[in-house]
Design a protein around this ligand. Structure first.
Ligand code: WT7
Length: 645
């Protein structure tokens, strides 16, 4: 390997549960003796009825994916009750509040079991039945995790919506899956500010979505309106029930949750995960990617609103009986040393965060890091977007004192869990490269014609066979599931990412090859932002592209044409920025609105996005072939007026 390789640290190698030889043997078995391998791995989970078959899937025609299909289990039992029996006093959750002086909460498995059982009974009392969809719109407090697991306990299907989404976006997600129940909080706290979650729910439901029950957790004590007959307080509801709430036996292929994610076209898709395969996959990947040990304190900084917060906050760690820290706030409040202060205070041993946070903290220099003791750290992880080698090195050297392994884990909402990574005690690291496939994962690269490319190469990243944690469908729209993931390259799952492969089989993700952008680790469809923009009554047309952003990874650049007679002013730009925030949420706030009299189009009227991307990137020397442009003058004017000037 080239000299930019970082060797696996000796201490990590010695402590590891899995050597390189173990990995090789397991990986080979996972492909060559897949049935036996997966039935064995399924034992990580306690089944009510153990499965006798592992995979039964096809990526052709209908696209039909099943795992462990004759098994029965309950996800909440696996994350909570079984540990409450064997290790009742072990801490499940350590809650670190937004304000560092506010009280932390320490919750044992026994306590959590009782709390979640009461929550389950409160949901039943509200009328929630097995199979019902329940929307969860919560801040990062223990009750967010309780809510998810309480749904799983009674067989309801949760759909968590990130608290940074607007009432409009929330309403769309409630309506799409016919959710008649919402769990929320009076307000959330992030970085010293309140987020009016209950008020947002009220606004979302104002439009007439037929929701019959809203359960509100009191978190900040904010004043909120309660609608008679529909709304109830969590603390009152759980006081009225006991903590005896059976875990409902679910079939392995019964839905566990829906999570909305953006694609290159249309509105967000409700990605559906089922119970058995997802549980096996999150438990397995958590155990191996983080080399988990009983006394670890695991800190994943993701919000439950994203898949990372599902697989590596709510399900994976708890399925393994881990102790984890959850954090209500943000990395830079009250100051830039917060992550490191938390690490010291709670003796965090595994930290899992996103490149955007690492880059933002790197800008503050080493001081905020150095003033805290980080000797408890054993493993550092990153996820969500490509990490630039500079940020990788800062993470490892400054945060990790050049001592601990870094795992760069590549995966997606649709993959349910980690797909590519190095194993901390087994594999050398290569900054910027995610690494090797997880057990059962068969990645391959194809060119634009769908031809497989072997050896050292760059291409479109596909996966050729199913794995247990794979999404099964798009809620209510299986045709869209097939179309999105299985129609580009026949018989293959297409990830939407480009990747390179080196001589050792390591993969480096080069980024999305479709019209999806990744802003601070948040996935966004450019089409979604365009739709929001054209809803504004002064906008005629919009084209949105990403551009490289030092901290966010990618920023949002919007080209907008206005209706006849509208003045293109700075005020209008500001208004449009607000408009997008209102339609989608603060996560989608455009960095630049570029008002322009015209967009570059081909003679047949197609917007030339390639050129718009180049201009946004500031790479105007190499615009490529512009011969098909209907009006070349448009491009010159766009270059001249590029934002920021
Ligand atoms: C997209 C999936 C996986 C949980 C968070 C995001 C990008 C994710 C990495 C990584 C390079 C990465 C990909 C992927 N991505 N992890 N380690 N290196 N890129 O989940 O919202 O479904 O987004 O995030 O582009 O397709 P998501």
């Amino acid at each position: 390997m080239s000299d930019d390789v970082v060797a696996v640290p000796e201490a990590a190698r010695r402590a590891s549960n899995c050597s390189d030889a173990d990995y090789q043997a397991l990986y080979d078995r996972s492909l060559n003796d897949s049935e036996a391998f997966w039935l064995e791995q399924a034992r990580r989970i306690e089944w009510i009825k153990a499965p006798t078959v592992a995979g039964n899937w096809s990526f052709d025609d209908r696209v039909d994916i099943k795992w462990f299909e004759d098994g029965q289990l309950n996800a909440c039992w696996n994350c909570v009750d079984r540990h409450a029996i064997t290790t009742p006093d072990r801490l499940a959750l350590i809650f670190e509040p937004d304000e560092p002086d506010a009280e932390t909460r320490q919750i044992t498995y026994a306590q959590m079991r009782a709390d979640i059982a009461r929550f389950g009974n409160a949901l039943l009392a509200m009328g929630v039945e097995r199979g019902d969809r329940v929307t969860i719109y919560m801040p990062m407090v223990p009750e967010a995790i309780y809510a998810m697991l309480a749904c799983a306990r009674i067989g309801a299907v949760h759909s968590v919506v990130f608290g940074g989404f607007s009432p409009e976006a929330l309403r769309g997600r409630i309506e799409d899956c016919d959710s008649r129940f919402v769990i929320t909080a009076d307000a959330g706290r992030r970085g010293g500010r309140d987020i009016p979650l209950k008020a947002n729910v009220d606004a979302a439901l104002d439009g007439g979505a037929p929701v019959s029950g809203v359960m509100t957790v009191r978190v900040t004590g904010a004043d909120v309106a309660m609608t008679e007959g529909r709304d109830r307080w969590y603390h009152e509801a759980v006081a009225a029930v006991d903590d005896d709430c059976p875990c409902v036996p679910m079939n392995a292929e019964d839905p566990l949750f829906i999570l909305y994610t953006s694609g290159s076209t249309g509105k967000p898709k409700g990605v559906l995960h089922t119970t058995g395969g997802y549980m096996v996959w999150t438990a397995l990947t958590f155990a191996y990617a983080f080399d988990h040990k009983e006394d670890d304190i695991f800190f994943c900084t993701a919000d439950v609103g994203w898949i990372t917060g599902h697989s590596y906050v709510a399900y994976g760690p708890l399925a393994c009986g881990a102790t984890q820290l959850i954090f209500e706030g943000v990395p830079n409040y009250p100051d830039e040393s917060r992550f490191w202060a938390i690490t010291e205070k709670h003796k965090v041993s595994i930290l899992y965060t996103a490149p955007t946070a690492i880059r933002a903290l790197m800008r503050e220099g080493p001081e905020p890091v150095k003033k805290h003791d980080r000797s408890s750290l054993r493993i550092l992880g990153t996820v969500g977007e490509p990490i630039n080698p500079e940020a990788w090195r800062w993470y490892r050297n400054t945060v990790g004192n050049s001592r601990v392994p870094v795992v760069d884990t590549w995966w997606q909402t649709e993959t349910g869990g980690i797909m590519l990574t190095t194993l901390p005690g087994a594999h050398d690291m290569k900054p910027g490269w995610a690494g090797l496939p997880m057990f059962g994962v068969r990645p391959l690269l194809v060119d634009n014609d769908g031809q497989r490319i072997e050896g050292t190469a760059e291409g479109n990243l596909c996966i050729s066979r199913s794995w247990p944690g794979q999404a099964r469908t798009v809620y209510g729209d299986h045709a869209r599931f097939r179309q999105t993931y299985f129609s580009t390259y026949e018989g293959l799952y297409f990830t939407g990412d480009g990747a390179r492969r080196d001589e050792n089989g390591y993969y480096r993700i080069t980024g999305r090859v479709d019209d999806v952008i990744n802003v601070s680790g948040h996935r966004m469809g450019t089409a979604e932002i365009e739709s929001a923009l054209v809803l504004h009554d002064q906008v005629a047309e919009a084209a949105v592209v990403g551009f490289p952003h030092e901290v966010k990874g990618q920023g949002i650049y919007c080209y907008v044409t206005t209706n006849a007679g509208v003045d293109m002013t700075a005020d209008l730009e500001a208004e449009l920025r607000q408009h997008v925030r209102k339609e989608i949420g603060p996560v989608a706030t455009p960095d630049h609105i570029h008002l322009t009299p015209a967009l570059p189009k081909t003679r047949s009227g197609k917007i030339m996005r390639r050129i718009l991307r180049k201009i946004a990137e500031g790479d105007t020397k190499s615009l490529g072939d512009t011969s098909t442009l209907a009006d070349p003058g448009v491009v010159a004017s766009l270059i001249e007026n590029r934002r920021p000037a």
